[in-house]
Design a protein around this ligand. Structure first.
Ligand SMILES: [Fe+2]
Length: 265
């Protein structure tokens, strides 16, 4: 029997999320529906650029559409997208796929691969040396595809002219405004690593954390998109001016240039 294509899963996704799409919480639910589709489009682009085999690309699309499936229940039950105040949305997602029998048409091998990639998508890092080649590849793809859309969403949100006082707590994660950057977050970037979540105390720190993702990008094709779409300079415009900004941008640009232009063997 042939494995189901992406349309089969998009229908299941649409049916599942429809239950949560009502008037009182529509904005944040729709934000995540749009995000799931966007990540699916991103993963197709990356899979093509990385010459994935068709079966692995099919699995990548399934991972993308369902990677945030627990976000809907999370917002419905807790009114937040913060895992620390509710549940780990990656682990919960795997549980939902099982309970709803969503992957029942997949072979055990496919199911295991898809579940593993979803489980690892929000971890601080992937346990690379413990994973087989296919799991590692899917995990890397979903993390890059996810980040690309978070860059888009964050830029659109922060650089739009919001009416004063109109903040989206689902995006800002209930963090306070502050013109200062956490010294630990600045240090992380200047030393060439992703920002530790303990160093995020304000909306500005969260933006800096997102900019620091250039130290956690897996594929050159992803970095080329980040460079071409100027995500990092655009995000920097959302930060209030800070004495450290020049150094921060230098460190980030150096990384982008290195990965985007390096000859890969
Ligand atoms: Fe997620």
């Amino acid at each position: 029997m042939e494995a189901p294509g992406i349309q089969y899963y998009l229908n299941i996704f649409d049916d599942y999320v429809q239950k949560f799409d009502n008037d009182t919480q529509s904005e944040n639910i729709r934000l995540k529906i749009r995000h799931s589709y966007a990540v699916c489009n991103n993963i197709i682009k990356l899979s093509l650029a990385e010459n994935l085999r068709s079966e692995q690309m099919r699995r990548a699309k399934i991972v993308a559409i369902f990677h945030d499936i627990a976000r809907f229940l999370q917002f419905d039950q807790f009114g937040t997208f913060r895992d620390d105040l509710s549940f780990n949305h990656a682990e919960k997602g795997v549980q939902i796929l099982k309970e709803e029998n969503i992957l029942s048409e997949e072979t055990k091998k496919s199911r295991d691969l898809i579940n593993a990639a979803i489980r690892f998508h929000n971890r601080e890092s992937i346990p690379a040396n413990k994973l087989d080649k296919n799991t590692l590849c899917l995990s890397k793809l979903i993390r890059d595809a996810d980040k690309l859309d978070i860059f888009e969403t964050s830029i659109n949100y922060h650089l739009s002219n919001k009416p004063l006082g109109e903040i989206n707590s689902a995006i800002e994660l209930d963090l306070p405004e502050s013109s200062q950057l956490h010294p630990g977050a600045v240090k992380d970037i200047l030393q060439g690593r992703i920002v530790d979540s303990d160093h995020v105390a304000s909306v500005n720190d969260l933006i800096l954390l997102q900019m620091g993702w250039v130290f956690d990008i897996n594929f050159q094709s992803t970095m080329k998109i980040i460079k071409a779409r100027q995500y990092i300079p655009k995000l920097s415009r959302a930060l209030s001016s800070n004495g450290k900004m020049d150094k921060i941008m230098k460190a980030l640009n150096r990384r982008i240039e290195k990965v985007a232009t390096d000859k890969v063997s």
